[in-house]
Design a protein around this ligand. Structure first.
Ligand SMILES: [Zn+2]
Length: 255
């Protein structure tokens, strides 16, 4: 039975914050910023939409009867999403099965990404890695001698879920940087024994967690890159990609 509007639970302020954060402050449908600044005041210009409707009309109940539900509880955060007013209106009127499925897919991807972020704090990487990251970040752009590797691990270990462009990027990163990074790790070990093994096992552990969550190889590459980028001082995407490529060749990733 549909709930009457008088029983509608208004999402708490903190729930609004969580949902605003989940979409990174922009409407996930049209990318309109969801907060506006007017005369030094921030004005919220988003609405919290129910993905499965809060008070479905009989034809909506029929329309969605076989569709996936993100929560039994209609007011649960899993069934809520922050949208700009226009996209909310379009989503609700008229409701369509295609629109519903699309919104479910958008929400699931947002949740996947925000769950990954929540794992960063619990998965540390030894700070010694910053020495390698910093030296790569100041790479002057003159290519090292290209390494000719007989066996590129990414060829042996990748499956069809690894995007071709990502695979090519990994190969190039390995060719130009693998030996250099391996040498830098051995320098870390000379200064502080077992540093490289510590870092390798931290990367391997986090890789396995991502794999257990069901991420495919392309998603894993980008999740590891985001993790390293945010766990290291230089916050550099390119360097993080080079490091992840190193760990593919070094057998911590995709093995
Ligand atoms: Zn919008």
């Amino acid at each position: 039975m549909a709930k009457s509007d008088s029983k509608r639970k208004k999402p708490s302020e903190n729930m609004g914050l969580v949902l605003f954060d989940e979409v990174s402050g922009v409407c996930p449908k049209c990318t309109k910023p969801l907060m506006k600044k007017n005369n030094n005041q921030f004005i919220k210009i988003f609405e919290i939409a129910h993905i499965y409707p809060n008070s479905p009309l009989p034809h909506e109940v029929e329309l969605l009867k076989d569709e996936e539900r993100l929560s039994e509880d209609i007011d649960h955060e899993n069934n809520l999403i922050a949208l700009c007013r226009d996209c909310h209106k379009i989503f609700d009127n008229p409701r369509t099965a295609e629109g519903y499925r699309e919104m479910v897919a958008v929400k699931k991807e947002l949740q996947r990404l925000s769950n990954l972020k929540k794992g960063w704090f619990d998965n540390v990487v030894d700070e010694e890695i910053n020495k390698i990251v910093a030296s790569l970040a100041s790479f002057p752009g003159d290519a090292f001698e290209e390494l000719s590797l007989e066996a590129l691990m990414v060829d042996a270990k990748s499956d069809e879920t690894l995007n071709g462009l990502v695979k090519l990027k990994i190969k190039n990163n390995i060719k130009y940087f693998y030996s250099d990074i391996k040498y830098k790790f051995s320098e870390l070990d000379r200064a502080k024994p077992y540093t490289s093994d510590t870092i390798y096992s931290q990367v391997k552990t986090y890789y396995l967690k991502l794999k257990r969550q069901g991420l495919d190889q392309t998603q894993i590459f980008s999740a590891l890159t985001d993790w390293l980028k945010n766990s290291t001082d230089s916050k550099n995407t390119e360097v993080s990609e080079i490091m992840v490529s190193f760990f593919v060749q070094n057998c911590e990733v995709y093995s």
